[in-house]
Design a protein around this ligand. Structure first.
Ligand code: GLN
Ligand code: ZN
Length: 775
């Protein structure tokens, strides 16, 4: 059997590529130094995979920023606003301008938009298509990389996002048309790329069509069939590998089987059941790539289970028609477990069960050996050892907490009664009375600027150079300043500023049992930015109160209500690597129970408004429609579990920082938060359409300040936005707040912006009697 890899992390074992890019952007290193840094990373990865005996090693999986931006650049899909830059910038700088925008020498060009890559936390750049879009092979990155590897003696398999997926990843700009009409213009450019690769000596080419695994309509399926046939038929002597991932593709077996491809890849982690259908139906000209190693999670492979799948496939179609692979590109897992140290945090037994990108490549090789030499004694020993480690992990008592387990079972028995005692209309009257809120209450989303000083103090504290009480009193001092500032500018509901939090998930994760953190488990989030997702390995419970002391302190400084701030269970789940020995739903319920304890404690401490942020609720939505409801049901239930049992006077807020609510509207209503805040300013309140058509019943704060940009919005601008919002949300239900937390902005900016926001609130209150607003 052969083995293949679909893609390798490119940020470098110690984030070398991040450092090089950022140094280049700051003019600290030259272009050739940057290119060299990239080359070093590529070579390390290729060499490693070759040493491990991987047969099909990818190239063009590397990128200085993003693989979708690379392809847009390669096909000359560069929006008009960049044209004036073309004569002024080098190719590389133009590429970075596309990714990061360009503000220099009198130019001010906005970058491509960014959005999430399917259901991952990786963000790609969204290509922009115009109705008269042309495509031409503008840049030879994919060919150059193939040659680069070839010169080092490594014959790679270039990876290319397929033409249909490329169009589907982008957006129509300027006019109303369906981007798929561009497919016939795009196809010749693809044929040209592939011919160039062939001339350079490529024999295998991997075409990624991840949209095959999503719901497609009949027109889209027709386009897929026609385009893939003509693409693959147009070029002879190339072995095409068609891949898709994150879901199953068995509904397309009828036409996939007729494609002139050499290898078809299946994600058998997300969709194991699809295997049988392909084993039965594929002709003997097509080899099956079994994606049996989880490319989205960090646990060791269960060899016994994988072997049973491999053996079944061998029995059916023979080992010559099987190739072993991870379920998807390894971009979504960290580099290597070797950088972790169990003396510094991660429990030894957890560490022994981890497998990051490098280890997964090794696992592929081991699985191949295991399948080939079943009766060899060292093979048997490997298998036994794998089984033992996994068992140890399961029975290790830290992982299981009987109390948590029985509580989750109890909760499930209660199901329908998990709701607040009064309905919204009755609750809100009590709350209005208690909180004495004005019309159009003003508030912030939570965080205030994380200054250099705050980060420095946190580092000192982490490195034990500050005592806990020194650090606490520093944080309290910051809170005091923040409360005074908010009172002075006249906000109605205050926040403490979240100065003590480095990250909204990490902060809670560190205070919960069952969650651990890596030292170097970085995963690319976008461009040079990485995240270090927590690892949820055991039953979740709260170690102690997490936010109460500081919330109480903040509230003691003012007569205005201060919000208690929590991260919701779905967001913690979504932004972590999660255990796989129980359904995600159960882990989410455990998280919800822990957050609920904190909610109750906050309430007992006299906090009258509690905000439970769920910015990641939407991204957990399954790719296939038929699975969406089930997810939304448990996700919403977990949110309700968090505020279950609070007094009706206590006001529950939630915050969601994304814009697309169309397919989750019902779920948002079912969450039954008294007030939600959402991102709306960048889309000029367009987002609210979804809320209008469904008549959102509770209160809402549509963001009026785009915190992703250093711009200071004017009073007039915010009034305009609020005026637009008043067409969608009744005036009594409207709150005034920014799009998201202010952590990434600086004090000068927010002082001006938030003052303008409060002025806008005052203006709009005084205008309330004018006929335009009141009808
Ligand atoms: N309360 C958080 C903050 O203000 C919310 C962040 C988020 O939505 N991502 O920072
Ligand atoms: Zn947000």
């Amino acid at each position: 059997m052969l083995t293949q890899n679909l893609g390798f992390p490119r940020i470098g074992a110690n984030r070398e590529l991040k450092k090089a890019c950022e140094a280049y952007w700051k003019n600290e290193i030259s272009l050739s130094e940057l290119l060299d840094a990239g080359k070093i990373e590529k070579l390390k990865n290729w060499n490693f995979q070759q040493e491990q005996g991987i047969d099909l090693i990818p190239s063009n999986d590397f990128s200085f920023y993003d693989q979708v931006a690379d392809l847009a650049f390669m096909l000359d899909v560069i929006p008009n606003r960049f044209h004036s830059l073309k004569s002024n910038l080098s190719k590389t700088d133009l590429y970075f301008a596309l990714c990061r925008g360009y503000q220099n020498n009198g130019f001010d060009v906005a970058p491509l938009e960014m959005t999430k890559w399917f259901d991952t936390n990786y963000h790609y750049l969204v290509p922009e298509f115009t109705i008269d879009q042309n495509f031409k092979f503008n840049n030879t990155k994919i060919v150059d990389e193939f040659i680069e590897a070839k010169e080092m003696g490594i014959h790679t398999k270039p990876v290319l996002i397929g033409p249909v997926s490329f169009l589907k990843l982008g957006k129509e700009k300027h006019s109303d048309f369906n981007k798929l009409i561009l497919i016939d213009k795009l196809l010749p450019a693809y044929i040209e790329i592939i011919k160039k690769l062939k001339t350079a000596g490529a024999t295998y080419i991997q075409i990624d069509e991840p949209f095959l695994a999503t719901d497609l309509n009949n027109d889209e399926i027709k386009i897929y069939k026609r385009i893939l046939h003509s693409l693959f038929n147009n070029i002879s002597e190339i072995d095409f590998i068609l891949t898709s991932y994150f879901e199953g593709i068995e509904e397309h077996v009828d036409w996939l089987k007729d494609l002139p491809i050499k290898i078809l890849h299946l994600d058998l982690i997300r969709a194991p059941k699809q295997l049988d259908c392909f084993l039965d139906r594929l002709p003997n000209t097509i080899t099956l790539s079994l994606g049996i190693i989880d490319g989205r999670n960090i646990w060791k492979n269960d060899f016994e289970n994988s072997l049973s799948i491999i053996n079944k496939a061998i029995d059916k179609i023979g080992s010559h028609r099987i190739i072993l692979a991870a379920s998807c590109s390894l971009l979504h897992v960290p580099y290597s477990v070797n950088y972790e140290d169990s003396n510094k945090g991660i429990p030894e037994i957890v560490k022994n069960n981890l497998s990051f990108a490098k280890e997964k490549i090794k696992e592929l090789h081991i699985l191949n050996q295991l399948a080939n030499y079943k009766n060899n004694s060292s093979v048997k020993a490997t298998l036994l050892n794998n089984k033992e480690e996994r068992l140890k992990c399961k029975s290790f008592n830290v992982f299981n907490n009987e109390e948590v387990i029985s509580k989750t079972i109890e909760i499930n028995a209660l199901k329908t009664s998990i709701k607040r005692s009064l309905n919204f209309e009755e609750r809100i009257n009590l709350q209005k009375h208690d909180l004495k809120l004005p019309l159009f209450p003003t508030t912030l989303i939570g965080s205030l600027p994380q200054t250099k000083e705050i980060r420095q103090k946190r580092n000192l504290y982490k490195n034990k150079k500050l005592t806990s009480s020194e650090y606490q009193s520093f944080i309290k001092h910051e809170i005091k300043k923040a409360i005074l500032w908010q009172e002075e500018i006249g906000l109605d509901i205050l926040v403490h500023g979240e100065f003590e939090r480095n990250d909204m998930v990490e902060f809670f994760g560190e205070q919960l049992n069952g969650i651990t953190f890596t030292l170097n488990g970085w995963v690319q989030s976008y461009g040079s930015r990485g995240v270090k997702p927590p690892i949820i390995y055991g039953d979740i419970s709260r170690k102690k109160q997490m936010t109460v002391e500081l919330a109480k302190y903040a509230q003691s400084l003012t007569n205005k209500p201060v919000k208690g701030m929590l991260t919701g269970p779905i967001t913690i789940l979504q932004w972590s690597f999660v255990r796989t020995d129980q359904p995600r739903k159960i882990t989410a319920e455990q998280l919800a129970l822990a957050i609920r304890e904190e909610v109750i404690d906050l309430e007992n401490a006299g906090i009258k408004i509690i905000q439970i942020d769920e910015p990641a609720l939407r991204e957990g939505l399954p790719l296939k429609n038929y699975k969406k409801n089930e997810y939304l049901q448990w996700a919403v239930n977990c949110f309700k579990l968090c505020h279950w049992g609070v007094m009706d006077q206590t006001q529950i807020h939630s915050h969601m920082c994304y814009a697309d609510f169309n397919d989750i509207m019902e779920a948002i209503i079912n969450m039954d938060a008294d007030v939600i805040s959402i991102e709306t300013s960048r889309s000029q309140m367009e987002v609210l359409d979804a809320f209008k058509s469904i008549n959102y019943p509770n209160q809402m704060g549509p963001g009026v300040y785009d915190i992703h940009s250093p711009r200071i919005p004017s009073v007039e601008e915010m009034c305009d936005l609020l005026y637009t919002a008043s067409h969608y949300i009744s005036i009594e239900n409207l709150w005034i707040n920014p799009d998201c937390g202010l952590k990434t902005r600086n004090w000068n900016e927010i002082d001006l912006s938030i003052k303008n926001m409060v002025s806008a609130a005052k203006l709009i209150r005084s205008a309330i009697h004018t006929p335009t607003l009141s009808n």
